[in-house]
Design a protein around this ligand. Structure first.
Ligand code: SF4
Length: 292
């Protein structure tokens, strides 16, 4: 597991540039740099993000909560704060440090909406806070790429299994918290079977997920690509060569048979009444002085 180190951050809440069509985020927040879940396809390893030793260390922004307390009152526009864009806010170190939990407490006091992406059922610890924030808006999105726990242990080695994530969706949904799934990436030749996609949609329905947001394919760039191919060689002999031939140095590796697969996915979601976009918080509301 990665070594935990502490750093001082200059700022904590960043503005999301432009309109965020995926989740409707206005602000982004990363309490950690690096992620111990070790997903073999993780894009955050890419050189462009300049996270030095992504798999060797997790950096904790020691002053993040102080910064949040200072920066939140200055945000005049109420808009969704996103957790989990570059790391998992509920990765193992969170269990001891409770940085995400404390940040949610502060956000709850300031009545700001929140969206969380995670692969961990540790988020269940914060149900009470998420319910409170949900009076404005809160949503929890679990990334699930395979319905097969054995496969999830290979491709997402240090995160809770897919079954544990479906179970957590069930618990959150039952409490009325808006909960869904990001079905991404869909890894060519690994998780792109019709059986896998349909199984995820069916299990999502059983668990009470309200939405599934898909992306059929994956990114492949510099350091991420080398790491991914190394893991393929360890677990799927011969597959990295197939990737090299098909995707060369392309940034984007689309799922073969995308059209058929996506039709299958969207038809199944329609049949089961699952949305394929997340219901977003409406941004742009001016903060009411009387409320604060
Ligand atoms: S949980 Fe997300 S950030 Fe963490 S390793 Fe996996 S893909 Fe990367």
């Amino acid at each position: 597991m990665p070594v935990v180190k502490y750093i001082q951050a200059k700022t904590i809440l960043s503005h999301v540039k432009g309109k965020d069509d995926w989740f409707g985020l206005k602000y982004n927040m990363n309490l950690y740099r690096g992620c111990a879940h070790g997903c073999i396809y993780c894009d955050s390893r890419s050189e462009c993000y300049q996270i030095g030793d992504f798999d060797g260390e997790v950096l904790v922004k020691e002053n993040a909560l102080e910064l949040l307390k200072k920066e939140l009152p200055k945000k005049r526009v109420v808009g969704t704060i996103g957790f989990g864009s570059m790391n998992d806010p509920y990765q193992p170190v969170e269990k001891d440090l409770n940085m995400t939990g404390q940040a949610l407490e502060i956000i709850s006091e300031w009545k700001m909406p929140v969206h969380i992406i995670t692969k961990s059922d540790l988020v269940l610890r914060d149900i009470k806070l998420l319910k409170e924030i949900g009076k404005i808006y809160s949503a929890v999105t679990f990334t699930i790429t395979t319905a097969d726990d054995e496969l999830s242990k290979i491709i997402e080695p240090h995160s809770p299994t897919s079954s544990e994530r479906f179970r957590a969706i069930g618990i959150l949904s039952a409490t009325g918290i808006l909960t869904g799934i990001t079905l991404m990436p869909v890894l060519p030749f690994i998780t792109d079977s019709e059986e896998n996609i349909l199984s995820i949609v069916e299990k999502a329905k059983e668990a009470g997920a309200k939405y599934i947001i898909p992306s059929f394919g994956m990114t492949l760039r510099d350091r991420q690509r080398e790491y991914f191919y190394g893991r393929l060689d360890a677990h799927f002999p011969g597959l990295s060569e197939k990737y090299r031939q098909k995707y060369k140095n392309y940034y984007s590796a689309g799922t073969p048979g995308y059209k058929k697969l996506s039709k299958l996915f969207f038809d199944k979601c329609t049949e089961l009444g699952i949305l394929t976009r997340i219901p977003k918080f409406s941004p742009g509301i001016e903060r009411q002085e009387t409320l604060f």
